[in-house]
Design a protein around this ligand. Structure first.
Ligand code: ATP
Ligand code: MG
Length: 274
Protein backbone atom coordinates (compact mmCIF):
# COMPACT_ATOMS: atom_id res chain seq x y z
CA UNK A 1 0.00 0.00 0.00
CA UNK A 2 1.30 3.47 -0.83
CA UNK A 3 2.27 5.50 2.23
CA UNK A 4 4.32 8.41 0.90
CA UNK A 5 3.20 11.98 1.41
CA UNK A 6 4.77 13.66 -1.59
CA UNK A 7 2.39 16.41 -2.72
CA UNK A 8 1.90 17.46 -6.35
CA UNK A 9 4.91 19.47 -7.48
CA UNK A 10 4.89 23.22 -7.00
CA UNK A 11 5.21 23.56 -10.78
CA UNK A 12 1.95 21.65 -11.43
CA UNK A 13 0.08 23.70 -8.84
CA UNK A 14 1.43 26.93 -10.29
CA UNK A 15 0.48 26.04 -13.86
CA UNK A 16 -3.04 24.83 -13.30
CA UNK A 17 -4.27 27.04 -10.48
CA UNK A 18 -6.29 25.58 -7.60
CA UNK A 19 -8.42 22.49 -8.17
CA UNK A 20 -11.24 24.05 -6.19
CA UNK A 21 -12.00 27.68 -5.51
CA UNK A 22 -14.95 28.86 -3.43
CA UNK A 23 -15.72 32.56 -3.56
CA UNK A 24 -18.17 34.09 -1.12
CA UNK A 25 -20.30 30.95 -1.15
CA UNK A 26 -23.66 31.30 0.57
CA UNK A 27 -26.73 29.13 0.99
CA UNK A 28 -30.02 30.29 2.42
CA UNK A 29 -32.91 28.02 3.27
CA UNK A 30 -35.74 30.51 3.49
CA UNK A 31 -34.57 33.13 5.97
CA UNK A 32 -32.00 30.86 7.58
CA UNK A 33 -28.50 31.17 6.21
CA UNK A 34 -26.70 27.82 6.52
CA UNK A 35 -23.49 28.86 4.72
CA UNK A 36 -22.38 32.46 5.21
CA UNK A 37 -19.81 33.45 2.65
CA UNK A 38 -17.19 30.71 2.47
CA UNK A 39 -14.04 31.57 0.51
CA UNK A 40 -11.17 29.13 0.08
CA UNK A 41 -8.76 27.52 -2.39
CA UNK A 42 -7.81 23.86 -2.48
CA UNK A 43 -4.72 23.15 -4.59
CA UNK A 44 -4.29 20.00 -6.65
CA UNK A 45 -2.74 17.10 -4.79
CA UNK A 46 -4.16 18.19 -1.44
CA UNK A 47 -6.34 16.32 1.03
CA UNK A 48 -8.54 19.01 2.52
CA UNK A 49 -10.66 18.32 5.59
CA UNK A 50 -13.86 20.15 6.39
CA UNK A 51 -14.71 19.92 10.08
CA UNK A 52 -17.39 21.43 12.24
CA UNK A 53 -20.15 20.71 14.75
CA UNK A 54 -23.48 19.19 13.71
CA UNK A 55 -25.43 21.67 11.61
CA UNK A 56 -22.35 23.82 10.86
CA UNK A 57 -22.91 23.73 7.09
CA UNK A 58 -20.53 20.98 5.93
CA UNK A 59 -23.02 18.88 3.97
CA UNK A 60 -24.63 22.00 2.51
CA UNK A 61 -21.23 23.19 1.24
CA UNK A 62 -20.28 19.75 -0.06
CA UNK A 63 -23.57 19.39 -1.92
CA UNK A 64 -23.03 22.76 -3.58
CA UNK A 65 -19.49 21.74 -4.62
CA UNK A 66 -20.86 18.46 -6.01
CA UNK A 67 -23.35 20.45 -8.06
CA UNK A 68 -26.50 18.95 -6.53
CA UNK A 69 -27.49 22.07 -4.57
CA UNK A 70 -27.60 25.55 -6.06
CA UNK A 71 -25.79 28.28 -4.10
CA UNK A 72 -27.76 31.38 -3.10
CA UNK A 73 -24.65 33.48 -3.81
CA UNK A 74 -21.00 33.07 -4.68
CA UNK A 75 -18.94 31.08 -7.12
CA UNK A 76 -17.54 27.55 -7.30
CA UNK A 77 -14.63 27.06 -9.68
CA UNK A 78 -13.52 23.49 -10.35
CA UNK A 79 -10.29 23.02 -12.29
CA UNK A 80 -10.77 26.49 -13.78
CA UNK A 81 -14.40 25.91 -14.81
CA UNK A 82 -17.24 27.77 -13.15
CA UNK A 83 -19.77 25.19 -11.93
CA UNK A 84 -22.72 27.40 -12.88
CA UNK A 85 -21.40 28.45 -16.32
CA UNK A 86 -19.89 25.10 -17.42
CA UNK A 87 -21.63 22.50 -15.26
CA UNK A 88 -20.82 19.48 -17.43
CA UNK A 89 -17.09 20.21 -17.62
CA UNK A 90 -16.84 21.13 -13.95
CA UNK A 91 -18.83 18.10 -12.79
CA UNK A 92 -16.88 15.65 -14.94
CA UNK A 93 -13.85 16.44 -12.81
CA UNK A 94 -15.62 15.43 -9.60
CA UNK A 95 -16.39 12.10 -7.97
CA UNK A 96 -19.03 12.70 -5.30
CA UNK A 97 -19.69 10.35 -2.39
CA UNK A 98 -22.79 11.62 -0.53
CA UNK A 99 -23.59 11.00 3.12
CA UNK A 100 -27.10 9.77 2.38
CA UNK A 101 -26.74 7.89 -0.86
CA UNK A 102 -29.42 6.61 -3.15
CA UNK A 103 -28.75 3.11 -4.44
CA UNK A 104 -30.93 0.99 -6.68
CA UNK A 105 -31.70 -1.96 -4.42
CA UNK A 106 -32.76 -4.24 -7.26
CA UNK A 107 -29.51 -3.90 -9.18
CA UNK A 108 -26.47 -5.97 -8.42
CA UNK A 109 -23.29 -4.09 -7.47
CA UNK A 110 -21.83 -4.85 -10.89
CA UNK A 111 -24.95 -3.61 -12.69
CA UNK A 112 -24.95 -0.43 -10.64
CA UNK A 113 -21.31 0.26 -11.53
CA UNK A 114 -22.01 -0.36 -15.23
CA UNK A 115 -24.98 2.01 -14.97
CA UNK A 116 -22.83 4.76 -13.41
CA UNK A 117 -20.04 4.21 -15.96
CA UNK A 118 -22.68 4.51 -18.71
CA UNK A 119 -23.89 7.85 -17.32
CA UNK A 120 -20.36 9.15 -17.80
CA UNK A 121 -20.19 7.65 -21.28
CA UNK A 122 -17.66 5.06 -20.13
CA UNK A 123 -19.27 1.72 -20.78
CA UNK A 124 -16.17 -0.07 -22.00
CA UNK A 125 -13.83 -2.76 -20.77
CA UNK A 126 -11.60 -0.13 -19.19
CA UNK A 127 -14.28 1.10 -16.78
CA UNK A 128 -15.15 -2.53 -15.97
CA UNK A 129 -11.56 -3.46 -15.11
CA UNK A 130 -11.16 -0.27 -13.08
CA UNK A 131 -14.29 -1.16 -11.10
CA UNK A 132 -13.05 -4.74 -10.66
CA UNK A 133 -9.75 -3.55 -9.22
CA UNK A 134 -11.51 -1.29 -6.73
CA UNK A 135 -13.97 -4.03 -5.73
CA UNK A 136 -11.02 -6.36 -5.22
CA UNK A 137 -9.27 -3.75 -3.06
CA UNK A 138 -12.37 -3.53 -0.86
CA UNK A 139 -12.88 -7.34 -0.89
CA UNK A 140 -16.24 -6.86 -2.52
CA UNK A 141 -15.60 -8.90 -5.67
CA UNK A 142 -17.63 -11.89 -4.47
CA UNK A 143 -20.63 -9.60 -4.04
CA UNK A 144 -20.47 -8.07 -7.49
CA UNK A 145 -23.39 -10.12 -8.78
CA UNK A 146 -25.51 -9.95 -5.62
CA UNK A 147 -28.39 -7.47 -5.30
CA UNK A 148 -27.56 -4.25 -3.46
CA UNK A 149 -30.52 -4.88 -1.13
CA UNK A 150 -28.47 -7.66 0.44
CA UNK A 151 -25.45 -5.41 1.12
CA UNK A 152 -24.50 -4.27 4.63
CA UNK A 153 -24.01 -0.57 5.38
CA UNK A 154 -20.24 -0.74 4.95
CA UNK A 155 -20.55 -2.72 1.71
CA UNK A 156 -22.82 -0.02 0.31
CA UNK A 157 -20.26 2.61 1.27
CA UNK A 158 -17.52 0.66 -0.53
CA UNK A 159 -19.69 0.33 -3.63
CA UNK A 160 -20.38 4.06 -3.60
CA UNK A 161 -16.70 4.89 -3.30
CA UNK A 162 -16.01 2.61 -6.25
CA UNK A 163 -18.78 4.24 -8.28
CA UNK A 164 -17.42 7.73 -7.55
CA UNK A 165 -14.01 6.78 -8.98
CA UNK A 166 -15.24 5.10 -12.14
CA UNK A 167 -14.97 8.12 -14.46
CA UNK A 168 -11.44 8.96 -13.27
CA UNK A 169 -12.27 12.23 -11.53
CA UNK A 170 -9.59 14.78 -10.64
CA UNK A 171 -11.23 15.54 -7.30
CA UNK A 172 -13.12 13.37 -4.82
CA UNK A 173 -15.76 15.18 -2.78
CA UNK A 174 -16.86 13.03 0.10
CA UNK A 175 -19.14 13.57 3.08
CA UNK A 176 -18.17 11.45 6.09
CA UNK A 177 -16.16 8.79 4.22
CA UNK A 178 -15.33 6.55 7.20
CA UNK A 179 -18.82 6.04 8.62
CA UNK A 180 -19.67 2.35 8.73
CA UNK A 181 -16.36 1.09 7.39
CA UNK A 182 -14.56 -1.69 9.25
CA UNK A 183 -10.95 -1.00 10.28
CA UNK A 184 -9.48 -2.73 7.22
CA UNK A 185 -11.72 -0.85 4.78
CA UNK A 186 -11.03 2.43 6.59
CA UNK A 187 -7.32 1.78 6.17
CA UNK A 188 -7.74 0.89 2.49
CA UNK A 189 -9.68 4.11 1.98
CA UNK A 190 -7.07 6.24 3.74
CA UNK A 191 -4.31 4.69 1.62
CA UNK A 192 -6.43 5.12 -1.50
CA UNK A 193 -6.96 8.82 -0.73
CA UNK A 194 -3.24 9.29 -0.10
CA UNK A 195 -2.32 7.52 -3.33
CA UNK A 196 -4.91 9.55 -5.23
CA UNK A 197 -3.48 12.80 -3.84
CA UNK A 198 0.11 11.72 -4.55
CA UNK A 199 -0.88 11.35 -8.20
CA UNK A 200 -2.09 14.95 -8.19
CA UNK A 201 -5.74 14.21 -7.33
CA UNK A 202 -7.56 16.36 -4.78
CA UNK A 203 -9.77 15.25 -1.88
CA UNK A 204 -12.34 17.47 -0.24
CA UNK A 205 -13.82 15.61 2.70
CA UNK A 206 -15.94 16.26 5.75
CA UNK A 207 -15.45 14.21 8.86
CA UNK A 208 -16.17 14.09 12.56
CA UNK A 209 -13.32 11.64 13.07
CA UNK A 210 -10.65 14.03 14.26
CA UNK A 211 -7.87 11.46 14.36
CA UNK A 212 -8.53 10.72 10.69
CA UNK A 213 -8.45 14.41 9.86
CA UNK A 214 -5.27 14.94 11.81
CA UNK A 215 -3.46 11.97 10.27
CA UNK A 216 -4.77 12.32 6.72
CA UNK A 217 -5.47 15.94 5.86
CA UNK A 218 -2.85 18.36 4.57
CA UNK A 219 -5.07 21.29 5.56
CA UNK A 220 -8.23 21.62 7.57
CA UNK A 221 -11.01 24.19 7.74
CA UNK A 222 -13.24 24.38 10.79
CA UNK A 223 -16.68 25.71 9.97
CA UNK A 224 -19.02 26.94 12.68
CA UNK A 225 -22.53 28.29 12.12
CA UNK A 226 -21.86 28.66 8.40
CA UNK A 227 -18.53 30.51 8.60
CA UNK A 228 -14.95 29.30 8.52
CA UNK A 229 -13.38 30.08 11.87
CA UNK A 230 -10.01 28.35 11.47
CA UNK A 231 -8.04 27.24 8.42
CA UNK A 232 -4.64 25.75 7.76
CA UNK A 233 -2.31 22.88 8.51
CA UNK A 234 -2.15 21.48 12.05
CA UNK A 235 0.56 23.95 13.11
CA UNK A 236 -1.40 26.92 11.80
CA UNK A 237 -4.55 25.70 13.53
CA UNK A 238 -2.66 25.37 16.81
CA UNK A 239 -1.41 28.93 16.42
CA UNK A 240 -4.88 30.25 15.50
CA UNK A 241 -6.43 28.50 18.48
CA UNK A 242 -3.51 29.56 20.69
CA UNK A 243 -3.21 25.94 21.69
CA UNK A 244 0.47 25.04 21.42
CA UNK A 245 1.12 21.32 21.01
CA UNK A 246 -2.58 20.52 21.16
CA UNK A 247 -4.33 17.73 19.32
CA UNK A 248 -7.12 18.52 16.90
CA UNK A 249 -9.79 17.59 19.46
CA UNK A 250 -8.66 20.34 21.84
CA UNK A 251 -8.35 22.87 19.02
CA UNK A 252 -11.80 21.93 17.69
CA UNK A 253 -13.47 22.22 21.10
CA UNK A 254 -11.70 25.47 21.82
CA UNK A 255 -12.60 27.27 18.59
CA UNK A 256 -16.16 25.94 18.48
CA UNK A 257 -16.90 26.96 22.05
CA UNK A 258 -15.98 23.75 23.82
CA UNK A 259 -15.13 25.51 27.11
CA UNK A 260 -18.76 24.90 27.93
CA UNK A 261 -17.89 21.16 28.07
CA UNK A 262 -17.08 21.41 31.76
CA UNK A 263 -20.65 22.63 32.44
CA UNK A 264 -22.09 19.83 30.32
CA UNK A 265 -20.11 17.21 32.21
CA UNK A 266 -21.21 18.70 35.53
CA UNK A 267 -24.90 18.61 34.50
CA UNK A 268 -24.45 15.05 33.28
CA UNK A 269 -23.01 14.04 36.63
CA UNK A 270 -25.99 15.55 38.40
CA UNK A 271 -28.46 13.95 35.99
CA UNK A 272 -26.85 10.52 36.40
CA UNK A 273 -26.56 10.73 40.15
CA UNK A 274 -28.60 7.79 41.51
N1 ATP B 1 -33.12 21.42 3.13
C1 ATP B 1 -32.94 22.20 4.20
N2 ATP B 1 -33.90 23.07 4.58
C2 ATP B 1 -33.71 23.85 5.68
N3 ATP B 1 -32.61 23.85 6.46
C3 ATP B 1 -31.63 22.99 6.11
C4 ATP B 1 -31.75 22.12 4.99
N4 ATP B 1 -30.62 21.39 4.91
C5 ATP B 1 -29.85 21.78 5.94
N5 ATP B 1 -30.46 22.75 6.66
C6 ATP B 1 -29.90 23.42 7.83
O1 ATP B 1 -28.66 23.98 7.49
C7 ATP B 1 -27.74 23.87 8.55
C8 ATP B 1 -26.50 23.15 8.06
O2 ATP B 1 -26.82 21.80 7.78
P1 ATP B 1 -25.74 20.79 7.22
O3 ATP B 1 -26.44 19.53 6.88
O4 ATP B 1 -24.96 21.46 6.16
O5 ATP B 1 -24.80 20.59 8.50
P2 ATP B 1 -23.54 19.63 8.71
O6 ATP B 1 -22.40 20.52 9.05
O7 ATP B 1 -23.37 18.72 7.56
O8 ATP B 1 -23.96 18.83 10.02
P3 ATP B 1 -23.72 17.29 10.45
O9 ATP B 1 -22.38 17.27 11.13
O10 ATP B 1 -24.81 17.03 11.44
O11 ATP B 1 -23.79 16.43 9.24
C9 ATP B 1 -28.47 23.14 9.68
O12 ATP B 1 -28.93 24.10 10.58
C10 ATP B 1 -29.63 22.47 8.97
O13 ATP B 1 -30.74 22.36 9.82
MG1 MG C 1 -23.52 16.67 7.33
Amino acid sequence: MIETRAPATAATKERDGPMLRLEGLRKRYGRFEAVKGVTLDVPRGEIFGFLGPNGAGKTTTIRMVAGVLRPSEGRIIIGGDDLLDSPARAKSRVGYIPDRPFLYEKLSGGEFLRFVAGLWGRDGAEAESRADRLLELFRLSEWKNELIESYSHGMRQKLLITSALIHQPEMIVVDEPMVGLDPRAARVLKDLFRAFADQGGTIFLSTHTLEVAEALCDRIAIIHEGSIIALGGMDELRAQAQAGGAHLEEIFLKVTGGEAMADVIESLREALDP
